[in-house]
Design a protein around this ligand. Structure first.
Ligand SMILES: CC(C)(COP(=O)(O)OP(=O)(O)OC[C@H]1O[C@@H](n2cnc3c(N)ncnc32)[C@H](O)[C@@H]1OP(=O)(O)O)[C@@H](O)C(=O)NCCC(=O)NCCS
Length: 160
């Protein structure tokens, strides 16, 4: 799947410290158990070579972000969020397609992620990109909140 921009001025670029307030607002809006400000701040101030924090930016507005890690040939999508106001315009697809391109450039051959069993919009997004369920983690998001593990292999990465 080619990376198509849903909006003309949208860019995919590394998250900066100056993006943090907008990112935290989105994180708090999107998740019941959000990542902390401290975690984001430390990750940006002391980046790890295998971890990537990227935003979809339209001028000064952060329209979503994605966090992923690539270690040897294995990659993991750790976080993806688009604020409610901007959903349904292809920004999630743009973030995921852009991240998969970067993962391929960093020699990632397999990509994994966890998604709540109840989170159907995200599961539809991942399925479009060739991700398939390869496991289940019981109580991953808390009591009775299971997660599916989704996997996308090298063949599907090459085909995107
Ligand atoms: C999942 C998320 C990132 C999708 O972002 P988005 O910008 O709305 O996604 P897109 O507009 O690019 O849509 C991509 C695909 O996702 C699926 N999708 C998105 N919203 C959907 C909805 N409400 N119902 C069903 N499918 C949906 C569709 O397959 C869609 O493709 P289509 O438009 O060709 O049908 C967004 O809903 C979000 O931030 N959710 C909260 C955070 C979250 O759950 N993150 C994932 C954690 S694992």
């Amino acid at each position: 799947m080619a990376t198509q921009k849903p909006l003309q001025n949208l860019t995919f670029e590394p998250m900066c410290v100056s993006d943090l307030q907008q990112v935290l607002d989105i994180e708090n809006e999107c998740f019941e158990d959000p990542w902390s400000a401290t975690y984001f701040t430390l990750s940006l101030k002391r980046p790890r070579s295998y971890e990537f924090f990227y935003v979809a930016r339209c001028e000064d507005t952060i329209m979503g972000y994605i966090v992923f890690a690539v270690l040897y040939e294995e990659a993991h999508i750790l976080n993806i969020a688009v604020p409610t106001a901007y959903r349904g315009q292809g920004i999630g697809k743009y973030l995921l397609a852009s991240a998969l391109e970067m993962i391929a450039l960093h020699d990632g051959r397999e990509v994994f992620l966890e998604v709540a069993v109840s989170n159907l919009p995200a599961q539809y997004l991942y399925r479009q990109f060739g991700f398939r369920i390869c496991g289940i983690r019981k109580n991953y998001y808390g009591r009775h909140k299971d997660a599916y593990v989704f996997r996308k292999g090298a063949a599907e990465i090459d085909a995107t």
